[in-house]
Ligand binder design. Structure first.
Ligand code: NI
Ligand code: MN
Length: 227
């Protein structure tokens, strides 16, 4: 069993049953997350899919505040060290590591990657997490790609976070195909509505998933659900 809290855009807290994993912290610049106060956020780990501002805006502040271990590409890890954050665990695509909460496998994401100051940030990644509470896939920012089939063949996934907003990532139609590739029926949407270019029609998106027998969850910012 896991508890998932949505902080807007692609930022989620997943409580795996004792350990809190925070993904892609972008909260304070997000107008849809104005009611979330950073100071209340706790985390044991912060996982960073890539370096873009809309995934890292609050990374340094929250890493300092929480003392969490940051899991990211080697290049983001190096950048964090230059910025005074030393509690890090560098990884790269294809690798896995066993942490106290479970296993993290870094998987392919088709996107670009740099840090807000222009520093090269390595390959963008998704994460496949196996824990006692269940298995899930956090896609990061990505296009639909055929390697997602490998994920579906490799592990049974209880739920997945997929980007839906189009323009910068895949949109709803491709996310429906992605859900099929990863063989997962429960999708939690991310990377939509934050700005005009990635606005989606919630009802239409939900209908498109339901039409293929899949369930789309569009969480409210600040909401916590149990999976
Ligand atoms: Ni991005
Ligand atoms: Mn993004």
């Amino acid at each position: 069993m896991m508890f998932i809290t949505y902080f807007g855009h692609s930022c989620f807290m997943v409580d795996t049953g004792g350990k809190k994993l925070l993904f892609d912290p972008f909260i304070s610049p997000n107008p849809l997350a104005r009611h979330i106060s950073l100071s209340t956020i706790q985390a044991d780990y912060i996982l960073v899919s890539h370096g873009h501002e809309d995934h890292t805006a609050d990374l340094i502040e929250l890493a300092k505040q929480t003392g969490a271990t940051v899991i990211s590409s080697f290049e983001i890890h190096s950048w964090l060290h230059k910025n005074g954050i030393t509690n890090t665990h560098p990884m790269n695509t294809g690798g896995h590591w066993i942490f106290e909460f479970g296993k993290v496998k870094c998987v392919n994401a088709v996107h670009s990657n740099s840090l807000p100051d222009g520093t090269y940030a390595g390959s963008p990644m998704g994460f496949l997490i196996e824990s006692n509470g269940g298995n899930f896939y956090y896609a990061g920012d990505t296009a639909l790609h055929y390697d997602m089939k490998l994920i579906g063949d490799y592990k049974q996934i209880d739920f997945a976070f997929l980007p839906l907003g189009n323009n910068f990532t895949m949109g709803v139609d491709n996310a429906v195909i992605a859900a099929d590739f990863i063989k997962c029926d429960k999708i939690i949407g991310m990377h939509y509505d934050t700005m005009p270019m990635i606005k989606i029609d919630h009802e239409e998106a939900t209908r498109k998933f339901e039409a293929t027998g899949k369930h789309l969850i569009l969480m409210q910012v600040g909401e916590t659900i149990e999976q």
